[in-house]
Design a binder for this molecule. Structure first.
Ligand SMILES: C[S@@+](CC[C@H](N)C(=O)[O-])C[C@H]1O[C@@H](n2cnc3c(N)ncnc32)[C@H](O)[C@@H]1O
Length: 283
């Protein structure tokens, strides 16, 4: 890659980044626009970049090449129609978790008044639920201090401090009361699959957000079992899960006489969500 200080204009920068990342011109433009925090069309008016901006872009393109997720560089992530702060060391919200919200939105019946989220990360699910159910109060937990700090930043940015309480604790350890909706996108990757995750995930995202135990269902089973005492009558549990865990979870639910329950699929046709307290016929 040419030294960016020798690049005289945006066209050269785009070409150089495109070559460096082996990406086409449009992708290079999107990367540069994201890194600069500007809309892509503005690049054409930004011919003269400051030395500082050039150096920053150069450093960041090199970090991207090493596999660091772009969200950790821009410190921003889009979740539904919310732009959230995301800090390195905190799990980056995924598209499939947006679909969990869509399924929750479609569950018939009364809107939940009390919601508990276990493992909130940067607060994405909690913020989306707070906007979906404007009358609800939400308790959002995480075991990670970095996650709680990140979620706090987003809760304040979205002016939700009066309705959302953040608690740093392990599972239900710091929780009292009962909830109409208990929701979680927990760590659910089976341990033997952690090693084959893409480098951008396994080298940069926090292990405690990914490691679901030997079979990837242990955490969810504990959430279901211990959550019964925190679930209101007619309350609902909503989880994101790994498709491979479906049979184990079905057996667990049947053995423990927990239900009704329903598994739902993601955009790729894989079972990705589990709802407890939801009748298949009525959802
Ligand atoms: C897959 S991430 C999900 C984050 C966020 N809810 C989302 O959907 O983007 C799982 C989260 O659970 C948290 N976590 C892991 N073990 C936990 C525990 N024992 N108690 C509470 N939270 C935990 C992790 O720190 C991480 O933030």
């Amino acid at each position: 890659m040419r030294s960016l200080s020798s690049l005289s204009n945006m066209k050269e920068l785009i070409e150089s980044v495109s070559k460096e990342l082996a990406a086409d011109r449009h992708e290079a433009e999107m990367v540069i626009a994201s890194l600069l925090g500007r809309p892509r069309h503005e690049l054409h008016f930004l011919d003269a970049m400051s030395d500082r901006e050039q150096v920053q872009i150069l450093q960041r393109v090199r970090q991207l090449k090493q596999g660091i997720p772009i969200e950790y560089l821009t410190r921003k992530v889009q979740f539904r129609d919310h732009v959230l702060a995301i800090n390195p060391g905190v799990f980056i919200p995924r598209l499939e978790t947006e679909q969990l919200i869509e399924y929750v939105r479609k569950i018939p019946g009364r809107e939940p008044q009390m919601i508990l989220e276990i493992g909130t990360g940067c607060g994405a699910l909690t913020i989306a639920l707070a906007f979906l159910f404007p009358g609800a109060r939400i308790v959002a937990t995480d075991i990670s201090e970095k996650a709680i700090e990140n979620a706090q930043e987003n809760i304040v940015d979205h002016a939700l401090g009066s309705r959302v309480e953040l608690v740093r604790c392990d599972m239900y350890g710091g929780i009292s009361g009962v909830f109409d909706l208990i929701v979680s996108n927990p760590p659910y990757i089976p341990r033997d699959r952690l090693g084959i995750l893409p480098p951008s995930v396994k080298d940069f995202e926090p292990l405690e957000a990914l490691d679901g135990g030997e079979q990837g269902v242990e955490f969810i089973e504990e959430l279901i079992e211990d959550g019964q005492m925190h679930l209101a009558k007619d309350g609902i549990m909503a989880f994101e899960i790994d498709d491979d865990g479906t049979d184990l979870l079905r057996t667990f639910l049947e053995d423990n006489n927990i239900g009704p329950y329903v598994f739902r699929r993601d955009l790729f046709g894989r079972y990705r969500y589990l709802f407890i307290g939801v009748d298949r016929a009525k959802s």
